[in-house]
Design a protein around this ligand. Structure first.
Ligand SMILES: [Zn+2]
Ligand SMILES: [Zn+2]
Length: 344
């Protein structure tokens, strides 16, 4: 079997061939839909093209592959009647296109956050155990640990007011579809960094930990898809679009629920699981909304933060203030974990 190296330059012609196949499919949803049968044909075509795309690894091709996999299902089994060209699609596409550079901004903050979060300490404690485990149980433990850590990072992102400033950008979309999954503030995305470092400290390889990050990102896009499947039998085993749509519902009955990103087990264990058997989520978004456009949204969480300049000019009192802020954050996390009201 031929192993393809990153230096091989074969993506050009392949991308071109794929583009020739993909263009009619990309353009088709933008025209008036002429019914279910046409979309069934497109789905079959999309499956074929996706099989070709599976051999290419460039981000743009990956994005096209996701488009081809998910959009036909959104048209065949829509949860909400909405056009592919729905409101604010441009904003979410802009997030998709700059997701790489935005993630790079987050890396610096992510490294800092990983160190101060101290999640590497339990990782180091688990290291001897992990090292002694056979491959399969070790892999399963890695998945469970990562998912548990992401559960808590996500929960704090909702229940600690300072973190919610950033995470509410992701929740601001009022139209759920796969593209809306890209809408993430880079300083919200860094909350995955402590989970990543926890795994590294526990002795899992960077490749394994990185693969979990990629899987979490890719499944995340599918969870936002505008599909009507409920998959009731799966709902407590692995998360589904229905589960995550409830997480996004701006309805009193669903507030602060369904934080898991892979296994609903954590929501069941920590009493935040909520899927109605009779009802379905209808309204998405956040109270008060956010400004339109990616630049305004990226600035929004910082808009009314205190000016940091006086803290930099007076480092000693600045440090005291930072310590007080960190202590308040820890108190809020403890209150969140105990299901107590989180106060400022
Ligand atoms: Zn959330
Ligand atoms: Zn989401």
């Amino acid at each position: 079997m031929k192993i393809r190296r990153s230096g091989d330059d074969k993506s050009g012609p392949l991308v071109h061939r794929v583009f020739m196949l993909v263009t009619p499919l990309l353009a088709a949803p933008l025209r008036e839909s002429s019914g279910r049968r046409r979309w069934i044909g497109r789905t079959v075509a999309a499956m074929g093209v996706t099989a070709v795309l599976a051999f290419d690894r460039s981000p743009a091709v990956g994005l096209a592959a996701l488009f081809l996999i998910i959009v036909p299902f959104e048209k065949l089994f829509p949860r909400h009647r909405q056009k592919v060209r729905r409101a604010h699609l441009g904003t979410d596409m802009a997030y998709a296109l700059v997701s790489g550079p935005l993630a790079t901004i987050g890396v610096v903050v992510g490294v800092f956050l990983s160190l101060v979060s101290l999640w590497w300490i339990p990782g180091l404690m688990l290291r001897p155990l992990v090292g002694a485990m056979p491959t399969v149980p070790r892999g399963l433990l890695g998945i469970a640990l990562f998912d548990l850590a992401i559960y808590w990072a996500h929960r704090f992102g909702h229940e600690v007011p300072f973190l919610w400033r950033f995470h509410r950008i992701h929740h601001s979309t009022e139209h759920l579809d796969w593209v809306s999954g890209f809408r993430n503030h880079p300083l919200d995305g860094v909350l995955v960094a402590p989970a990543f470092v926890l795994l590294l400290a526990a002795g899992f390889s960077a490749k394994f930990s990185g693969a979990l990050l990629v899987i979490q990102f890719a499944t995340g896009l599918f969870l936002h898809a505008n599909v009507r499947w409920r998959w009731r039998w799966l709902q407590k085993i692995v998360i589904t679009p229905e589960f995550h749509h409830w997480h996004h519902a701006n309805m009193a009955c669903s507030r602060n629920t369904n934080y898991s990103t892979l296994l609903p087990l954590w929501d069941l264990v920590f009493h935040t699981y909520s899927i109605s058997a009779d009802d379905r989520p209808t309204v998405y978004g956040v109270d008060g909304g956010v400004p339109a456009g990616i630049l305004a949204q990226l600035w929004e969480p910082m808009r009314d933060l205190r000016n940091p300049w006086p803290m930099l000019r007076h480092p000693r009192s600045g440090l005291r203030e930072l310590r007080a802020m960190a202590a308040r954050g820890v108190r809020q996390m403890v209150a969140s974990a105990r299901h107590r009201p989180v106060t400022g």
